[in-house]
Design a protein around this ligand. Structure first.
Ligand code: SF4
Length: 295
């Protein structure tokens, strides 16, 4: 996309406003012509309203064009034509809501703030195992890569627009290992499903949980954090709860046993406030949510 190849905040702003309610294919057609007619904020601010509306033709929802024009005038009058750098300042401009402000500030200026549109909300809800409602913004912020917030936000938008669709393509999803839902995992025809029963140890101490890290050379989910698996006698010591989880063609019945001291297990105590930022396996995330340790 031409607007993904620029760091010019003005151009990113234009594209984000256009993309609010218009399909990408239409925006792609109209964007280049629009920025050719109005190459910077001051040219847009100085243009007669009729000319701006004419250039907006085909994009629909003309209120966006009027707000954009008004905002450009404010930026010229109060800031010498320099686009505000923070999402908070951007939100004070007409036509810029929370999502547009976050997208623009993170992509153009590297502000570490998550941008949640409808597609991203769908991805986040599925990742965390169910409808997140108003918590979506908080969840996305927890996942955000603060070193590269613009890239992260664009990757999430892209994932929601191309893979985690209303009918999700989980087999093509690069983060299916971290997903608590995998809503679109098909029962592959001709592929026999296997049932397996395992037990996990959920050891907690004050505000900490005991987790182990999967080896970096593991073929599945390398480097991810998980609850340790237990076997034999420990398994029979009392199951706190059980749940089902599927990975590829295996349907697991997972028994979770509580413990205060994970004797003989390799791992580390992790503070619960750090869990959301840790790469957890989907099963571990599911168990911790069920146990009320994370939301
Ligand atoms: S695994 Fe499926 S449901 Fe989960 S994020 Fe990926 S596409 Fe969406």
């Amino acid at each position: 996309m031409p607007w993904r190849e620029t760091q010019d905040p003005y151009r990113i702003w234009i594209s984000e406003v256009m993309l609010q309610q218009t399909r990408v294919a239409v925006v792609r057609e109209r964007y280049t012509e629009f920025v050719r007619s109005f190459p910077d904020v001051s040219r847009l601010a100085r243009a007669p309203a009729g000319q701006v509306l004419a250039a907006w033709s085909g994009l629909g929802y003309y209120r966006r064009a009027r707000s954009l024009h008004a905002a450009a005038k404010i930026v010229c009058r109060t800031r010498g034509g320099v686009v505000p750098r923070s999402s908070a300042e951007l939100r004070a401009l007409p036509g810029i809501g929370r999502y547009t402000a976050a997208a623009l500030a993170s992509i153009a200026f590297g502000e570490p703030v998550a941008a949640v549109d409808g597609n991203v909300a769908r991805v986040v809800s599925r990742l965390f195992g169910g409808e997140q409602g108003k918590m979506c913004w908080e969840r996305a912020q927890q996942l955000l890569c603060v070193q590269r917030p613009g890239d992260f936000n664009q990757a999430m938008m892209e994932l929601g627009a191309t893979v985690c669709l209303p009918a999700p393509r989980c087999a093509a999803c690069p983060i299916s290992w971290a997903c608590a839902t995998r809503a679109g995992s098909p029962a592959r025809p001709g592929c026999k499903r296997t049932k397996r029963e395992v037990s996990c140890c959920l050891a907690t101490l004050a505000d900490k949980v005991f987790l182990e890290r999967r080896p970096h050379h593991a073929s599945l989910m390398p480097g991810m954090w998980q609850l340790p698996e237990v076997a034999g006698r420990e398994r029979q010591q009392g199951t706190e709860f059980s749940l089902r989880h599927s990975i590829t063609n295996i349907d697991y019945l997972v028994h979770v046993t509580r413990s205060r001291r994970p004797r003989g297990l390799q791992g580390r105590w992790i503070r619960t406030c750090h869990l959301q930022r840790l790469p957890l396996t989907g099963l571990t995330r599911k168990i911790l949510r069920r146990a009320g340790i994370i939301q």
